[in-house]
Design a protein around this ligand. Structure first.
Ligand code: NAD
Ligand code: UD1
Length: 349
């Protein structure tokens, strides 16, 4: 039997490169389309080292319809894992057009070409940010997708809407070959592949907690600013649901399998990918100190606007329907982050 071929958009990036490893190890063929706007081809060279397998990299932008058409003409694609997107919250507030152009329009071009080639299975990288600021700390999929606080988050909510509309159109037109779409709402991905060969390689000074702390630990940055010490949480600092990137990509493989499960009959459905448990900023700092043996220099400063005190996933639906749950704990996540960071202090550069 020939292997199913998966198109991975944004496959050279942090999560996409880990997905490529998981797909190749599970016996899929992989075609990556990436414009390398936030990544380097070196990540994929390392994917080949880890797996001992090859993949195809097409250097192109997902907004380039001609390039996508060529990919679908040349390769018999079974399904698309759609990671390509811009993801910096602060940047999205000052460059909203760029974010909507890249993320929303890019997805429109991609789905248009998929539809033309009758490839209608997609796993989409959404985010817990689509829940906005609900009145609860435990987010389940039945909460309204409402009130994302920034253009990045809104672009994810808009794309979810567009994908749901594709599915609704299939119902209205009684399509014989309908869209099968899973929206995966990630909580806070961290960690790296156990080899230490691939990991998160942010451009410039990181915005997110984990890459920031690990760059303090490795001596690249002097001090972490802890945004707020007076939240109504266990120790006053923000609490989030951190998920190991290897667990996260296993969730994508589980989702891919679920599309073939006729008892689930998935048309367009969202699932949270999180551990169901939160850690505070100070708990993350303590874990880094424990694992690395280094002291993390930090200072508590003002809250960051747009932050909520606490959130974590209700991961029950993914367990029941995708048969997926996280397997790695906080120490695994920090150890793997640290192996990557200490072996590659300058990322792929
Ligand atoms: P990343 O920036 O490392 O990877 C994204 C990849 O997409 C990069 O390789 C980039 O070059 C590529 N890309 C961007 N725009 C493109 C375009 N128009 N055409 C072709 N390639 C393009 O980010 P990541 O952390 O791996 O995130 C992957 C996806 O998951 C993104 O959609 C992101 O919004 C989503 N997500 C990430 C997180 C997180 O914390 N990392 C959380 C929730 C959701
Ligand atoms: C952020 C984004 C979210 C996005 C996610 C992944 C905001 C408001 N939310 O989530 O939309 O999907 O990243 O890209 O930006 N912290 C510090 N010091 C730092 C950095 C962070 O104390 O230098 C704290 C934050 O206040 C928060 C926690 O660490 O309590 C996690 O922050 P971060 O890693 O940025 O993730 P989120 O804010 O959860």
């Amino acid at each position: 039997m020939t292997a199913q071929k998966i198109l991975v958009t944004g496959g050279a990036g942090y999560i996409g490169s880990h997905a490529c490893v998981a797909l190749l190890e599970a016996g899929y063929d992989v075609v990556v389309v990436d414009n390398l706007s936030n990544s380097r081809a070196e990540s994929l060279a390392r994917v080949k080292t880890i797996t001992g397998k090859t993949l195809t990299l097409v250097l192109a932008d997902i907004r380039d319809k001609q390039a996508l058409t060529e990919i679908f003409s040349e390769h018999k694609i079974y399904a698309v894992m759609h990671f390509a997107g811009l993801k910096a919250v602060g940047e999205s507030c000052v460059q909203p057009i760029r974010y909507y152009q890249n993320n929303v329009y890019g997805t429109l071009v991609l789905t248009e070409v998929m539809q033309e080639f009758a490839v209608k299975k997609m796993i989409f990288s959404s985010s817990a940010t689509v829940y906005g600021e609900p009145d609860t700390v435990k987010y389940s999929e039945d909460l309204p997708v409402f009130g994302a606080t920034n253009p990045y988050g809104k672009s994810k909510a808009m794309i979810e809407d567009i994908l749901r509309d594709l599915s609704t159109a299939d119902v209205l037109t009684k399509a014989s070959h309908p869209w099968e779409i899973i929206l995966l709402r990630y909580f806070n991905p961290m960690g790296a592949h156990q080899s230490g060969l691939i990991g998160e390689d942010p451009n410039g000074i990181p915005n997110n907690l984990v890459p920031y702390v690990s760059q303090v630990a490795v001596g690249k940055l002097a001090q972490l600013s802890v945004f707020g010490g007076d939240y109504p949480t266990i120790d006053g600092t923000g609490v989030r649901d951190y998920i190991h990137v290897v667990d996260l990509v296993k969730g994508h493989l589980a989702a891919l399998k679920a599309l073939d499960d006729s008892s689930l009959n998935i048309r367009c459905k969202a699932y949270n990918l999180g551990a169901g448990k939160g850690y505070s900023v100070l708990q993350i700092i303590a874990a880094f100190e424990r694992v690395t043996g280094k002291t993390i220099n930090y200072k508590i400063v003002e809250r960051r606007s747009g932050d909520v005190a606490e959130n974590y996933a209700d991961p029950g639906l993914a367990l029941r329907e995708l048969n997926w749950k996280t397997e790695k704990n906080l120490d695994d996540m920090v150890e793997d982050t640290w192996r990557w960071q200490s072996q590659n202090p300058n990322g792929y550069h």
